[in-house]
Write a protein that binds this ligand. Structure first.
Ligand code: MN
Length: 214
């Protein structure tokens, strides 16, 4: 997430129909190309008149948006957060068959949640409790332990490090699942790319002092 202006929409890392029947091609085209794509375009348009901020990384924009001029700060918050969260959402899914976390993430899941079933129940509980638009995020805390957080709108969990981001905006599921949010959550859960998620956090979970996340 050290990319900078001008931001580019990352291609979907699999074919549009690769996640069917859990997430169908029509839903993915709208979600990735239209919703995610719009956030990339909006963020570029916001920063275009402000060369001084074009050197900020995506992560820096998400963390420090409040330091931006008032006329762009709220929109940068929303659109940079959207680019950050959606990047992780799409890159940490993969076509079936289901995968499993490897050490050390598996060990951290067992320590914190008692095992995969405990994590599933905890994550599902948080995801289904999102009221309005927001995200359920499995993150690594500053102590190297896992935690599940809920964010509103497009806020990120930074400076904590996200491992998995479950998009609970209606646009993430409504075309295929309408009001059946539990079914959508279960589809997302089956599609998690656990090897990728493990790689994203193994250094932090290995117990490095939690002092230099950002
Ligand atoms: Mn979304």
């Amino acid at each position: 997430m050290d990319n900078r202006y001008p931001f580019v929409l990352p291609p979907l890392p699999y074919a549009y129909d690769a996640l069917e029947p859990d997430l169908d091609a029509r839903l993915l085209r709208y979600h990735h190309d239209k919703h995610f794509g719009a956030a990339v375009d909006n963020l570029n348009a916001l920063l275009a008149p402000y060369p001084v901020y074009q050197s900020w990384t995506l992560r820096e924009l998400c963390l420090n948006w409040a330091q931006l001029p008032d006329e762009i700060a709220p929109d940068v918050r929303n659109n940079a957060g959207s680019v950050f969260n959606h990047t992780l959402y799409f890159e940490r899914l993969h076509p079936l068959p289901p995968s499993a976390p490897s050490a050390p993430l598996e060990g951290a899941i067992t320590r914190t949640f008692g095992g995969m079933d405990g994590l599933y129940k905890a994550m599902k509980g948080v995801a289904l409790s999102v009221f309005g638009s927001g995200w359920a995020v499995l993150a690594v805390g500053r102590d190297g332990n896992l935690t599940i957080l809920k964010t509103k709108n497009q806020d990120t969990v930074l400076p904590l490090e996200p491992v998995l981001c479950c998009d609970m905006w209606e646009h993430a599921y409504y075309l295929q699942y309408q009001n059946r949010r539990k079914e959508y959550f279960n589809a997302w859960w089956r599609l998690i790319d656990w090897p990728n998620a493990t790689n994203s956090c193994k250094e932090r979970i290995n117990g490095l002092p939690a002092i230099s996340y950002v």
